[in-house]
Design a protein around this ligand. Structure first.
Ligand code: CA
Length: 464
């Protein structure tokens, strides 16, 4: 009897301890925006489109001026965000396609099966995980989010879909899934709102346990589907820009609702929120990159430098603007560290936990250099220097401290710097794998767009 009581007492104490430690774990939400312009967020200087809720994240947290994604198109950029690894390590160099490289099959297109995702990492640390929105990480069953570390999924697996209902049953890539079930198109209202509602529901349902949410809105990617009510607010803007602005507003309102839900559930202070854009302004959505040269698909700053915010009351400095370069690769290690967790066995990320670096007293930089490669075009940024190498095009070298808009090519004036950066690129490439599949679009636009004579948005849009 005595022994029995002792066991009961032990179980009781351990259950209290488990509940307590679970309650203490920080929730993590990664909000991804699709194809927005660097200058379209109020907190990045945008004046035309009100984004009060996004601005509030910047005000309550840290804004990164020199944040980079690892690719200027959707799928490879997200593959790195989701794994904390340069996507080239596992051959995810291009957008998902139907062109596997020699030695690979169509069924290899997606995040390589042996690579853990942020979902796997957070799950291993005791989190309930959900992916909401656009997936774009492989169309076939092994790559379905629920097979890649997410307990739940609410979204579509391809790269884009209509925001409103389709008249007919859409392709599998465009279908809306609620876990394994297909959501009938008759229930589709407006995608941005549906993702927001799902995010809020999930928060409420999981208020007593730690959760991780990957909230990947497909706004403001094409098709440019906006709600009429929001369009009216922008009657003064040119037509294409009007739809874009209305879509941004729906996105911002959605983010506001998600944050309000956290507040209502008393989870706001114990939630780390990231907001990141997956690549720069697209050539076809009327997004505005402001002073940054180039658009989505390019190695110019306008392709790879993105809006990036981080909020965590009491842990991430509020109203802080951070200028050292950071990367989307840093999301996973920061999230895992915030969960007080460990990486899954043997995992070594390419990114860094940003929290110690953004402390105002820390002068150390999280990254010495960052690298990019997609087919024929590659780039390196080291400190203030950036080189772009595209096939046999003339090399491009810029001093970003003086020339953020990349107007003056210093490659001929600084041969030593060119040599140094090319050597770094070569060393990095040796650690990467070859692409496991190729782009459906070939290389010619990549060669054309990375030339000094392609100047101005009109020309840039000619080479998507
Ligand atoms: Ca995108």
């Amino acid at each position: 009897m005595r022994k029995f009581l002792k066991i009961c007492l032990l179980l009781w104490v351990s259950s209290i301890f488990t509940a307590y430690s679970q309650q203490q774990k920080t929730n993590v939400i990664v909000i991804v925006v699709d194809d927005a312009g660097y200058a379209d967020f109020g907190c990045y200087g945008g004046k035309e489109i009100p984004t009060p809720n996004i601005n509030q994240i910047a005000k309550n947290g840290t804004l990164f001026t020199d944040a980079y994604v690892t690719a200027s198109v959707c799928a490879p950029s997200r593959a790195a965000m989701l794994t904390g690894l340069y996507q080239q390590r596992f051959g995810f160099e291009h957008n998902t396609s139907s062109k596997p490289s020699p030695g690979y099959k169509l069924s290899d297109v997606g995040i390589a099966k042996n690579v853990p995702t942020i979902g796997n990492q957070m799950k291993a640390n005791g989190y309930r995980t959900i992916a909401i929105g656009k997936w774009h990480q492989g169309d076939t069953e092994p790559y379905f989010p629920m097979n890649r570390g997410f307990d739940e999924f609410y979204g579509f697996i391809g790269g884009h879909r209509n925001f409103f209902a389709y008249d007919k049953v859409p392709s599998r890539e465009a279908m809306l899934f609620n876990n394994r079930e297909i959501v009938p198109e008759s229930q589709v209202t407006y995608l941005t709102d549906m993702f927001t509602d799902k995010a809020s529901d999930f928060i409420v349902k999981n208020k007593s346990n730690p959760f991780f949410m990957y909230l990947a809105y497909n706004a403001v990617h094409t098709p440019m589907n906006a709600k009429k009510s929001s369009m009216q607010k922008f009657a003064h803007l040119p037509e294409g820009r009007r739809a874009y602005a209305a879509m941004m507003v729906a996105l911002d309102e959605g983010i506001g609702k998600v944050i309000q839900t956290l507040k209502d559930q008393q989870l706001y202070d114990n939630t780390l929120i990231f907001l990141i854009n997956d690549n720069g302004a697209a050539t076809n959505n009327n997004a505005d990159n402001g002073k940054l040269r180039g658009l989505k698909g390019s190695k110019w700053e306008g392709g790879i430098r993105v809006a990036f915010l981080m909020q965590w009351p009491g842990k991430v400095p509020a109203g802080n603007v951070y200028h050292n370069m950071v990367s989307s690769l840093d999301i996973l290690p920061t999230a895992v560290a915030a969960s007080n967790g460990k990486f899954v066995e043997k995992f070594v990320p390419d990114g860094k936990n940003l929290v110690p670096f953004i402390d105002r007293n820390n002068r150390k930089k999280p990254h010495e250099a960052l690298f990019w490669r997609r087919g024929v075009a590659a780039a390196v940024r080291k400190d203030k220097w950036k080189i772009i190498k595209a096939g046999d095009n003339p090399l491009l070298l810029f001093d970003l401290s003086k020339d953020t808009s990349e107007t003056t090519n210093l490659a001929l004036k600084k041969p030593k710097k060119v040599k140094e950066l090319l050597r770094e690129l070569q060393q990095w490439e040796q650690k990467m794998d070859k692409p496991h599949w190729f782009s459906d679009y070939g290389d010619s636009n990549q060669l054309m767009k990375h030339r000094m004579e392609v100047v101005g948005r009109e020309m840039e849009r000619k080479y998507p």
